[in-house]
Write a protein that binds this ligand. Sequence first.
Ligand SMILES: [Mn+2]
Length: 376
Amino acid sequence: MRILHTSDWHLGKRLFKLDRSPEHELFLEWLIKTLIEKDIDLLLIAGDIFDTPTPPHQSLETFYNFLHRVSIETKTETMIIAGNHDSGLLLEAPSKILAPHRVKVWGKLSPNTEDHWIRIQSIELCAIPFFRSYELLPQGEGDALAALKKYLTKERTSPQLLMLHHLAGVFEAAGSEQVIGLSGVESIPSEILKAFDYVALGHIHKPQKIGPMSFYSGSPIPLRFSEILGKSVVLIEENQGNLSSEILPLPVFRNLFIVKTNEKNYQSDINKLVKTSDLKPMVEIQIELSSPKVGLIDDIKELLDKKEMELLSFLPLYQDGEKKERKSEKLFELSPIELFEEFYAAKFPEAEQIPDDLKEDFKALLDKVKHASHSP
Ligand SMILES: [Mn+2]
């Protein structure tokens, strides 16, 4: 039996003014071809199908056209979980019409743990969509991890696979993931993952292996300029109860280039860029300047135009000013408490630190939010 694992498509995503749908269309075309060529029985899509809970109609059309093509052009069964960017209810709404097309969707956590297990040919799959703590602990109290374990445990009769959209083990973020501290479980411990023959993870956009058989497939396209290392999907082969995995690299559908340069070298640095994608490459220029320079942007645009490339982002770095880290990127790495500290420091620059009682109140509030019960 052959299985393909992908996640974090983020259909509908834009990068500045750039519409990413041509890249997504090329990816889905590649995916259909791969399902056929590699003779795939089961496709796992581990969440964040769409970039927002209310995706553009065009993205919905892209998604359903894809599922339709998989249904008529391949023999593949498609299993999908919702990610933190998706609306679970939106994904689940067409479940009945998808069933005859061998497509199953888990959008929400069911109170019945059995609903999350399915047998597909020679394997058993446990599919857990992104969840919030109130789904796991409807009473608002208890041990979230213990409650989650009940979903992940079933008597073993054949190889068991887990599909999950969550932080797990020790991972390296790409920076474009949204913080998901709402599930009540910080990160799924490696011991839990090891009980499975394969774990198909979604949420982290940088492809990586976090355990012997636990993988983040990563997003199929870079969602920002800083994320341009190779993208891939994972091919899993089940042979008489033994599973093996292989990384299938994805083509670069559109080059995204970052050029870190200065006033002296920018022309030669731009000329070094080499286009390898069919779609027009997009460029971010990070340029050190002593002072603003009239006509610089036009000059850069013209240079790029000659190379059939386009300027999408321009970041002048003035040498005399302190070279601050771009805050928007740093924000993803901060915990809620650290974020609150940053906010307080910005709001009250003269204060040395947050008063203890205020900090305690904030922690209590955080705790309340984490364990909030779902209001009817
Ligand atoms: Mn994602």
